[in-house]
Design a protein around this ligand. Structure first.
Ligand code: GRF
Length: 213
């Protein structure tokens, strides 16, 4: 059953990560300086232990949970643990930011319209199974694109990176770019701004739709 939403007067965000967490840091900063208004980060879930994203969360005083595949006998069990953690934290909105695992349909259904992801390309180009990390940027260079960027989109269970696009930002591809320089520029010049802007927009929409109920 879908959880009852808007546990408080603010939107509780849960961020799901697997690595360095620079997008998580952008969200922490965006909440702290008010660019993301009416929301707080209630929980960070990581698919791996020992990643720097968890350290960033702890430094910001945010509750963390590590829910990794190896602790569970099957996908269903792991999914139930994710849903239980989200419910316990009173999560109204889930942001996957560098989360390297595909979420089960049960999570997509429970958080339909409240589950968003950031992808480091201008979707629908360079998205879907196999497009992650440096592979995305290598493909952009191989295709001879003159610009690339990032996309924040809703997550649904129809496919990978296929949900409705919320917002995009672009950067030019330079002649001198390598997959590594492109990855760094997209992350620092695009993703960290975009994730804050798009999350702020979704939070505003959620607050507005709750107000008008
Ligand atoms: C970002 O490029 C994000 O778009 C992708 O994974 C990367 C995560 O980086 N899904 P970070 O962990 O937020 O630094």
């Amino acid at each position: 059953m879908a959880p009852a939403f808007l546990y408080g007067s603010m939107i509780n965000i849960a961020v799901m990560v697997s690595g360095g967490g620079s997008n998580l840091q952008a969200l922490i900063d965006g909440v702290a300086d008010g660019r993301i208004a009416g929301a707080g980060i209630a929980l960070v879930i990581s698919s791996k232990d020992g990643v720097f994203a968890l350290e960033r969360a702890r430094r910001a005083g945010i509750r963390t949970a590590v829910i990794s595949k190896k602790e569970y006998t099957c996908e269903e069990e792991k999914t139930d643990a994710i849903l239980a953690a989200l419910k316990e934290a009173g999560a109204d909105l889930v942001v996957t930011a560098g989360y390297m695992s595909i979420l089960h349909k049960k999570v997509c259904d429970a958080y339909a319209g409240r589950l968003i992801n950031i992808h480091p390309a201008l979707l629908p180009k360079f998205g879907g199974v196999g497009y992650y990390g440096l592979r995305v940027h290598s493909a952009v260079l191989e295709a001879g694109e003159s610009e690339t960027g990032a996309t924040v989109h809703y997550v649904d269970d129809e496919g990978v990176d296929s949900g409705e696009i919320i917002m995009q930002r672009s950067v030019p591809v330079l002649e001198s770019d390598t997959p590594e320089t492109l990855q760094k520029r997209v992350l620092e010049e695009v993703e960290h701004i975009l994730i804050v802007e798009a999350t702020a927009l979704v939070v505003k929409d959620l607050l507005h739709s709750e107000e008008s109920r």
